[in-house]
Design a protein around this ligand. Structure first.
Ligand code: GLC
Length: 730
């Protein structure tokens, strides 16, 4: 959301005014403070003229209703202040016109889940995180927002910034994985991207939704305050710092209190500690679902409690439209509470420039959008394994057997559906590979399964037959068609039985097998990892990503993606992450240590893991000084060398550990990363800077602590880095 020209001019005037005032007044007055004062006055003037019904209408967020006439009339009479899922530009125009014709002409917030695609389908946000390039995440968010903004909508329900260590929860696909540091960098970048693309972002789901018990969607989350502040709040803080002026309360309960009525989290933590000045919307029907949570006996009470706790907009709960006026008349809801909520809503609308006539959004350039989508896919695809130089496909390979119906699928959908009715042109992996292979190379194909979902084998014998006459076998499988996303929790993350059966048969043929997996979450791949010579984890590559996949298969592009989430060996290890605490008995061969009888305690692939077509070495990790002063910083340098025969990119990661403190500290914590491109034999010295703030942790009361002591620092190509140095935190 670029502030409109008027706001910019106003800022210039105010800066000039501020400058003049600074010459005459003792304390310089920042332009923003003057602008805030101007907006506050405009809000008060408007609020003073509003009827109770019009105030309640501003708190009413409704989803597109077909036919729309009834809703459009409610907009015209001031009973609706915000919409979602109104997508058709002609309809958007009718809703906006109705708002301008309302008595006070208060414009609408018009929202949509414009997350990772509107027309050109980008890989999902977890793949953006796998690039470890926040600037690419910003470019992707901006491109998606620009496409969506052309319809006239002005608000997106993104970025989702939930931290999760549990791949059973299907919504990991929408976030940036398990690590607060990486997720905060992407939360900031994505927020800024949506803003720059013309949409007001929403930081969601506040808070702790990624920690639902047992990975079961909508389940409760039990989160100690220390963990809330250390793990779950940082990405929200980053999104707010980047300009998110709306936050969506989560559907789950935290420690038994639903987020939608959690006064402590909404007021003390969000509005005080995180200094959030914007509006809070409920999630879809979340206010009415408070009855399921068992914290309200009826919808009127649910609405009353949500408003009192600090939730401003009622998304599809119908609580405020049905009951708020009567609750005021009965003296159960003070008008002051409604005014406080309406003030926040109007302030956001003013700050978005909605009250001014704004130029129509600039239509994005499709080739630029596609180029960003292609680059995200190229840099997000993770090479998990590559033995016997199975990849890239050697020129000596004459025949490639491509197996799996998903290789012929261009189905780019997701749980929130294709926002745009027209599907952009795209190519399948099969066709992309045909184009990418050399003229002397042949591609044989067999679908093997009845469809792209890969749940049912159609003809494994045909697949085995083409594998037997090929030099290289590629099995392409995709996560089952339940997709990742909302309402897709699973207790089993293996390939489907049919997919595993096909891999069993192909691995018995005796040709090198490359496994390509398209999924929105970590899967349990212990057995496939023993059978396949190479594994490419492609997330959901979508419109431009299938070409990127073919570029990587043929070596035109070297893979550089790194895992933003740990890949477990089995579901029994979940929740699993790299930043675990040391425990009283760190796991070893001894039975009486923190280990399993029936599974290795280590992950299959650790956080930050990802291979290249070349290799890298790390040496000479050194600090410029032996200690980090409390008010200063410390520099760490490391030499990185491309020790292979191909150019390649490496994400060089810095992890820290404070081995002794007043409470156990994680074995590793990510505190820096650089993506570097090196030619064969080239060495580059990379520099990291750490400050005392990088070592803040929170106590049981949620209070920040920094304690002096030894700090261990590790640098490498994943969280399993071993190159180590130490310094002292003063
Ligand atoms: C859903 C999701 C939320 C989404 C909202 C509007 O229930 O939880 O992420 O933004 O409804 O579609």
């Amino acid at each position: 959301m670029r502030h409109s020209r008027t706001v910019k001019v106003l800022r210039l005037i105010l800066v000039a005014a501020g400058f003049v005032l600074a010459q005459v007044s003792p304390a310089p007055v920042a332009a923003d403070q003057i602008l805030e004062k101007q907006i506050a006055e405009q809000v008060e003037n408007l609020l003073a003229r509003m009827t109770l019904d019009e105030k309640n209408g501003q708190l009413n967020l409704v989803s597109y209703g077909d036919p729309p006439e009834g809703q459009i009339e409610q907009v015209r009479t001031g009973r609706i202040g915000a919409t979602l899922n109104v997508v058709d530009p002609r309809l958007v125009a009718r809703y906006r016109q109705a708002a301008s014709e309302s008595r006070l002409g208060i414009p609408l917030l018009m929202g949509l889940d414009a997350v990772d695609f509107f027309r050109i389908a980008f890989p999902p946000p977890i793949a953006w995180a796998a690039t470890w390039r926040p600037e690419l995440g910003e470019a992707a968010a901006r491109a998606v927002a620009m496409e969506a903004a052309t319809t006239g909508i002005n608000w997106t329900f993104a970025p989702m910034v939930d931290i999760s260590r549990d791949a059973r929860w299907g919504r990991v696909v929408e976030g940036a994985g398990e690590d607060p540091y990486l997720a905060s960098r992407f939360a900031f970048a994505r927020t800024r991207g949506y803003l720059r693309g013309g949409l007001m972002p929403t930081a969601k789901h506040y808070v702790g939704y990624g920690a639902v018990e047992a990975g079961r969607d909508y389940n409760t989350a039990l989160i100690p305050l220390s963990d809330l502040y250390d793990r779950h709040l940082p990405p929200f803080r980053a999104a707010i710092e980047a300009g998110a002026e709306t936050v969506m309360a989560a559907l789950n309960a935290i420690n038994g209190v639903p987020a939608t009525v959690n006064t402590f989290l909404l007021d003390k933590v969000l509005r005080q500690d995180l200094n959030f000045k914007g509006l809070v919307t409920s999630d879809y029907a979340a206010i009415s679902e408070l009855l399921h949570h068992g914290v309200a006996t009826n919808l009127a009470e649910a609405g009353r409690k949500a408003l009192a706790a600090g939730v401003d907009l009622d998304m599809e709960g119908e609580a405020h439209t049905r009951h708020l006026a009567a609750e005021v008349a009965a003296g159960r809801v003070p008008v002051s509470q409604i005014d406080a909520a309406v003030r926040r809503v109007l302030s956001v609308k003013f700050r978005m420039g909605l009250f001014e006539s704004r130029p129509a959004p600039v239509a994005p350039n499709e080739s630029e959008t596609r180029a960003v989508a292609r680059q995200v896919a190229r840099e997000s695809i993770v090479l998990l394994k590559n033995e016997a130089a199975a990849l890239p496909i050697s020129p000596s390979v004459k025949t490639v057997a491509l197996i799996g119906a998903s290789a012929r699928s261009d189905f780019d959908d997701s749980w929130y559906g294709p926002a745009q009715m027209t599907r952009p042109p795209t190519v399948t992996l099969h066709d992309a590979l045909v184009s990418a292979l050399g003229n002397h190379q042949k591609l044989a194909f067999a679908p093997a399964f009845t469809d792209a979902c890969g749940k049912t084998l159609k003809d494994p014998h045909e697949a085995v037959a083409i594998a037997q006459s090929a030099d290289l076998v590629i099995l392409a499988v995709s996560e089952d068609c339940e997709f990742s996303g909302e309402g897709t929790s699973r207790t089993n993350l293996d390939l489907s039985p049919a997919q595993q059966d096909m891999l069993d048969r192909l691995s018995a043929v005796g040709r090198p097998v490359v496994l390509i997996i398209q999924a929105g979450r970590p899967l349990t791949l212990a057995k496939p990892a023993l059978q396949a010579d190479a594994i490419l984890f492609a997330w959901l590559p979508r419109t431009e990503g299938r070409v990127a996949l073919a570029e990587i298969l043929t070596g035109a592009v070297s893979p550089s993606g790194k895992l933003p989430m740990t890949f477990p060996r089995s579901v029994g290890q979940i929740p699993i992450s790299y930043d675990v605490l040391p425990t009283s008995r760190p796991p070893n061969h001894n039975r009486y240590t923190s280990r399993y009888l029936d599974e290795d305690v280590t992950p299959l692939y650790p956080f930050g893991h990802g291979l290249s077509y070349t290799t890298f070495a790390f040496a000479n990790l050194r600090t410029a000084s032996p200690s980090l002063p409390r008010d200063g910083s410390i520099l760490l340098d490391v030499d990185v060398t491309n020790t292979g025969s191909r150019p390649g990119e490496e994400v060089v990661q810095l992890y820290v550990r404070q081995p002794v403190a007043s409470r156990s500290r994680p074995l590793r914590q990510l505190r820096g990363f650089h993506k570097v491109k090196l030619r064969p034999g080239q060495t580059e010295t990379l520099r990291f800077e750490l400050r005392a703030a990088d070592f803040v942790f929170h106590d049981d009361g949620g209070m920040p602590q920094i304690e002096p002591g030894v700090i261990e620092a590790y640098v490498g190509g994943s969280s399993a880095a071993t190159l180590k140095t130490e310094f002292r935190l003063e």
